[in-house]
Design a protein around this ligand. Structure first.
Ligand SMILES: NC(=O)c1ccc[n+]([C@@H]2O[C@H](COP(=O)([O-])OP(=O)(O)OC[C@H]3O[C@@H](n4cnc5c(N)ncnc54)[C@H](O)[C@@H]3O)[C@@H](O)[C@H]2O)c1
Length: 325
């Protein structure tokens, strides 16, 4: 059985759906602080916080957990600047509690959701895994600190682990059963689609004077189903005995904010009102992955492009959002 922390969140719920489609036994741990009960569908859910050691002990005692896929974290850069203590407690201390419980219950395999935010300002693009890690937000720092903690548990206690550094997750389940719903939403594609559907007045574009062809920031949008596939491959590799792996997960293609708006206008056939505003401090001009290592070591091949991400997110936006059924 696989324990999926944060399985009621955006990416975690897609992972749960995929593993269940492959007839794998999963158990979700989520405190529902940011997730949605509906996103778990009918998978078993334990509603508890990572920092609740007693709940973890009960769970590891009651269930034959072989591996943990660990998505649970707070994920807002801006909020992490305003409330760093909350971020360190949730993301770093929460993972420490989880790792200690895993060690004490003999669970030796972990897949961890890390982020390209651990790299900070890129010195070169595409970013590979050897790029220096100098995060520029408390959120990025919590992911960086957690990576180091996991490595130390690997060295000291034989934990086998994969650190997966995602670029920008995007898109939704092809059948529209689950999708992205953050509150508040900060991710570009759902924000654009909320404007297209009339839920939101306009889209703020932060900075149009970056050194990119159209002046807007460039990011690497990786479809959530491709992300999820990389987790399954990384887990298989660890279960097969691999000691560790560190992988960037991105498409290796960059798209500017204007490219994404154009794609959304084309796919939805709707108007998207745009409001140009100043740059946000700390936003790099260009973040694009080199995913060569995930390709060669995991055999991972992303199948979806930006159009698939926008069209699946649009299906989701148009009516299957939680609470709107
Ligand atoms: N979305 C992205 O583009 C992106 C990019 C890079 C990395 N990540 C990482 O991927 C992971 C999942 O991101 P997401 O977008 O699905 O976020 P999300 O907020 O949708 O999901 C996180 C889930 O974890 C739960 N959770 C948070 N803290 C918890 C705790 N202490 N105990 C129990 N449950 C807790 C929340 O309730 C939520 O359901 C996060 O670790 C995030 O940092 C996401």
């Amino acid at each position: 059985m696989i324990l999926v922390t944060g399985g009621a969140g955006y990416i975690g719920s897609h992972y749960v759906l995929e593993e269940r489609a492959r007839h794998r036994d999963v158990l979700v741990l989520d405190d529902l602080s940011r997730g949605h009960r509906e996103a778990v569908l009918d998978a078993p859910l334990v509603t508890a916080n990572l920092n609740d050691r007693r709940a973890l002990d009960e769970l590891f005692t009651a269930h034959p957990i072989e591996a943990v896929v660990h998505f649970a974290a707070f994920t807002y850069v801006g909020e992490s600047v305003a409330q760093p203590a909350r971020y360190y407690r949730n993301n770093v201390a929460g993972t420490l509690t989880l790792l200690e419980a895993m060690r004490d219950h003999g669970v030796r395999v972990l897949v961890f959701s890390s982020s390209c935010a651990t790299y900070g300002q890129p010195e070169y693009v595409p970013l590979d895994e050897r790029h220096a890690q100098r995060p520029i937000s408390p959120y990025g720092e919590t992911k960086f600190a957690t990576e180091r903690m996991i490595e130390a548990f690997g060295n000291a206690y034989g934990l086998r682990y994969a650190l997966l550094r995602y670029f920008n997750a995007a898109g939704a389940d092809a059948e529209g059963r689950i999708g992205e719903l953050h509150e508040p939403e900060t991710h570009l594609i759902p924000l654009i689609l909320q404007v297209a559907s009339g839920r939101r007045e306009s889209l703020q574009v932060f900075g149009t004077d970056y050194p990119t062809p159209d002046g807007t920031c460039i990011r690497d949008y990786i479809h959530v189903e491709d992300l999820v596939a990389a987790h399954s491959l990384a887990l298989e590799r660890l279960m097969g005995g691999a000691a560790q792996g560190i992988y960037n997960l991105g498409t290796e293609n960059g798209h500017s904010v204007c490219d994404v708006i154009d794609a959304a206008r084309r796919i939805t056939g709707r108007r998207v009102r745009v409001e140009e505003t100043a740059r946000r401090p700390g936003d790099p001009a260009r973040l694009v992955a080199s995913a060569a290592l995930a390709r060669s070591e995991l055999g991972w091949r992303p199948k979806h492009d930006l159009g698939d991400s926008v069209s699946s997110a649009w299906r989701w936006e148009q009516g299957r959002r939680y609470g709107a059924r």
